[in-house]
Design a binder for this molecule. Sequence first.
Ligand code: HEM
Length: 220
Amino acid sequence: MLSSTLGKKLIMSLTGLFLISFLTIHLIGNLSIFSNDGGLAFNTYAAFMSTNPLIGAVSYLLYAGIVLHVLVAVILYFSNSSARPIKYKVQKAKANSSWSSRSMTLLGMLILAFILLHLKDFWWQYKHDGGYQFVDDANGNKDIYMLVVQQFKTPLALITYLGGSLALYFHLSHGFQSAFQTLGLDHKKYTPAIKAIGIAYSIIVPLCFASMPLFIYFFN
Ligand code: HEM
């Protein structure tokens, strides 16, 4: 699969759709931040995600999915540039494609940088004992909500999460429908529907993610 361009694009679309499904579940769980209970629901969700053995196994698939998606993107980027060593004299790309579709690699790298920072802040502390002293909440779960509030109260984290959400919006606005296109879905009725769902998804999901640090920074 890795030897042909089509095979690489297929890997990009399948891993991309898998990452989209993770993002949806992560968002739904994280929405418990808004439950106004001092973080009890959020801590219960985080504890469930890190103790359930099935989710534990799936999370290895997630890490592999992220690595594969990034690796194949980089291979595709370099094979595209070496296939066209001399740039076109007249750049028609601007007229024929959107900015986000031409900037997918850059946007992907920004999202990767965001994910690495994000993992350092939360996942590393929660699952790998990164040095933060957790206290237990009233239900006996590690109070990760307290760490989230501490982080989101800083202007730097606010800017980082707003920037990450913006990059996510642009990346998804092209990536969502492009994944289905690569899989060969070309249908009179379904293709416009997928495009519409893709546009709605790429707006709603990043907006919801951005609303969390905004809510904590301004209202907590
Ligand atoms: C802005 C709101 C967000 C909050 C409050 C949040 C919170 C958290 C927390 C507390 C963890 C560690 C605990 C756990 O694994 O359940 C985590 C893990 C993670 N987050 Fe987020 N997150 C947010 C946005 C994002 C975004 C936008 C992405 C991706 C673009 C992302 C990707 C991840 C990944 C890959 C993990 C590791 C999951 C695992 O180990 O299974 N998060 N997040």
